[in-house]
Design a protein around this ligand. Structure first.
Ligand SMILES: *Cc1c(COP(=O)(O)O)cnc(C)c1O
Length: 398
């Protein structure tokens, strides 16, 4: 018998919870792609996307997921034989580097492990060592969703400036945008990417590449850019179809329009504050569980934790048991460990991740934590007490 009836909560770090308003906006017959509602709507999406990224510059929209945004961004600014510097703090940093390899680009990876942020001093040293400026871009993952680390992107700008290095600063904000504070222009980020299914609360299927004048100039100097990935017509379309490089992803755009309305209504600063509050509640519970027993937080220092996702370890055999129990008895799906293999747990199955990104409020957070607490008790997993009280106390601090 299961007790999972009622509304489920997919608490994985993307796809995130889709608001009913977004789903309802998508529930419509196929629209005309040449004139009418769709065409009228899309031009207004652009300023609202820039509002979320905190940029005054350009955005190109792609029908694709985050991997598409990775490749799109690279395709416009680096060519076969060029070098990129990749400070990696988990699976996603390595993923972007691998995308570069597929384009014939040579990544210089600095591996900072999976349990902490990158060190801007080492990035600066690598840039200083590149005397002939072969490195064309630094690929910085803002939040690495696998380790749940929050990286200091603005400090990478400072490292580039201190080294007097002209490489572009490119940021992967797929997990963070609309969750963790991110300020593209103020932080000196030249290219930022995101996707629809995390902080933007829309089903997977749209990728976004934001870029500034410096990146635009680098694009202009490329010998060639594939027609499909070229951001120029998408960001500055002369005809409507160019926004999408072909047929528009119609329903995703209606969903996105609604999600951006919700974001505007709440305000980006308030959204960041809500994520901060919820993250602190999750950490308070996790830190209490960790005081005695099997749970450990992957990122020890609060300052370096993402507000969108939290990775933890309970080890074997508990990880799979926990995920199975909450799914069957609490209607909760927790994220699996990603790229977290370690001695004695080659599959990384002792890890789990909580997605607390996007359309989430306090009762969902308490439900999530309460479900996990119940599983700990049911499975007799050794754990520290007082977790739910600690979480509630954080939520009570308005
Ligand atoms: C989710 C995610 C990706 C990959 O996005 P897909 O849509 O799965 O291709 C890349 N980078 C980060 C930081 C992510 O969180």
């Amino acid at each position: 018998m299961t007790y999972a009836g009622g509304r489920g909560y997919l608490a994985i770090p993307g796809p995130s919870v889709m608001p009913d308003r977004v789903l309802q906006a998508m529930h419509r017959p196929a629209p005309n792609i040449y004139e009418g509602d769709l065409v009228d709507m899309v031009y207004g999406i652009v300023p609202d996307l820039k509002y979320v990224a905190r940029t005054e510059h350009y955005v190109a929209i792609y029908t694709g997921n985050g991997h598409a945004a990775w490749e799109a961004a690279l395709s416009n600014v680096v060519a076969e034989g060029d070098k990129v510097l990749v400070p990696a703090t988990g699976r996603f940093g390595h993923g972007w580097a691998d995308m570069a390899v597929g384009l014939g680009v040579v990544p210089e990876v600095i591996d900072f492990g999976r349990a902490g942020p990158f060190d801007p001093n080492r990035i600066e040293a690598a840039l200083r060592a590149d005397k002939t400026h072969e490195i064309k871009a630094v690929l910085a993952t803002h939040v690495d969703t696998s380790s749940s680390v929050l990286n200091p992107v603005a400090e990478v700008r400072a490292a580039l400036d201190a080294a007097g290095h002209p490489a572009l600063l490119m940021a992967d904000c797929i997990a963070s945008m609309g969750c963790d504070r991110f300020e593209m222009d103020a932080w000196g980020v030249d290219v930022a990417i995101t996707a629809s299914q995390k902080g933007l609360m829309v089903p997977p299927g749209l990728g976004f590449v934001f870029f500034n004048e410096k990146a635009k100039a680098q694009r202009a100097g490329m010998a060639r850019v594939s027609r499909y990935w070229d951001w120029t017509p998408r960001a500055e379309p002369e005809m409507f179809y160019q926004f999408s490089g072909g047929t528009a992803p119609t329903h995703h755009l209606f969903g996105l329009r609604e999600a951006l309305d919700m974001i505007r209504e709440e305000g980006i600063e308030a959204i960041w504050a809500r994520h901060e509050r919820h993250a602190r509640a999750v950490w308070a519970a996790a830190d209490a569980w960790a005081e005695a027993g099997v749970l450990t937080m992957n990122i020890k220092d609060m300052e370096h934790r993402s507000r969108a996702v939290t990775a933890m370890r309970v080890g074997l055999p508990y990880g799979p048991q926990l995920r199975e129990w909450v799914e069957q008895h609490a209607g909760l799906v927790l994220g699996i460990g990603l790229g977290m293999s370690e001695p004695g747990d080659e599959g990384g199955k002792g890890f789990f991740r909580l997605g607390h990104m996007g359309h989430v409020n306090a009762h969902m957070i308490m439900g999530l934590l309460g479900g996990i607490e119940a599983a700990f008790q049911a499975l007799q997993m050794p754990h520290g007490g007082g977790a739910l009280e600690a979480a509630a106390a954080k939520l009570a601090e308005i």
